[in-house]
Design a binder for this molecule. Structure first.
Ligand code: ATP
Length: 198
């Protein structure tokens, strides 16, 4: 198995890269998806969140009220760390479980938005960073996600910088061009991954 960590700042194009890698045959494990699964109704993750933050973080139908939780931890580092100490270990455990279930010859790509911020680079044989200049990311996020420019800037400022991501990158994929250009770059990366896997 070859274990690859994929990261990049918000709006850089991780989803586009991981979708292409999945088409090519990679097994993609998406941390954002797992982070939702580990606090789904009936999980011990959700129970621990409620024990920590109160049942004001639940909607009427018993699911997690993300905006309410977001408001509780916004600007409160202690609360945010408590939240992360509930979510992150569960996401890591579930990713390990999924990776272990993959076939021996699999190329497993872990899509981890906060890989650099969480110091997780040593877990992977290869770290791939998707990098896109900030003005282009802001334009895409405001155009496609309905974010305001200020919100996009604030999210970018709260994350690691391109320089910090580059420090741990084995491969930097630029996504400043067209979607077709990105696909060609991912196809070339796939050839490299196949060679590295052997
Ligand atoms: P997040 O951190 O929020 O998960 P992401 O890194 O996964 O973001 P994407 O969702 O892949 O980023 O891309 C951000 C937005 O930019 C999307 O709406 C996507 O369709 C668009 N986009 C990505 N790559 C390109 C491209 N080369 N040309 C035009 N638009 C693009």
């Amino acid at each position: 198995m070859l274990s690859v960590g994929l990261t990049g700042g918000i709006g850089a194009g991780k989803s586009a890269v991981s979708a292409r890698l999945a088409e090519l045959g990679a097994i993609v494990i998406d941390s954002d998806v797992l982070a939702r699964e580990v606090v789904a109704p009936g999980t011990d993750g959700l129970a621990e969140l409620v024990a920590t933050f109160g049942d004001g973080i639940l909607t009427a139908d018993g699911t997690l009220d993300r905006p309410a939780l977001g408001a509780l931890v916004f600007g409160d580092d202690t609360a945010r760390r408590r939240l992360e100490s509930i979510i992150h270990p569960r996401v890591r455990a579930r990713s390990t479980e999924l990776a272990e279930a993959a076939p021996d010859d699999a190329i497993v790509v872990h899509d981890v938005p906060l890989l650099v911020e969480s110091g997780l680079a040593p877990l992977y044989q290869l770290v791939v960073v998707v990098e896109t200049p900030e003005p282009i990311r802001i334009a895409r996020l405001t155009r496609d996600r309905g974010m305001t420019e200020d919100a996009a800037r604030a999210r970018i400022a709260a994350q690691a910088t391109d320089a910090q991501r580059r420090e741990v990158a084995d491969v930097v994929l630029s996504n400043a061009g067209t979607h077709a250009e990105l696909i060609s770059a991912v196809d070339a990366l796939w050839e490299r991954l196949l060679r590295q896997r052997g």
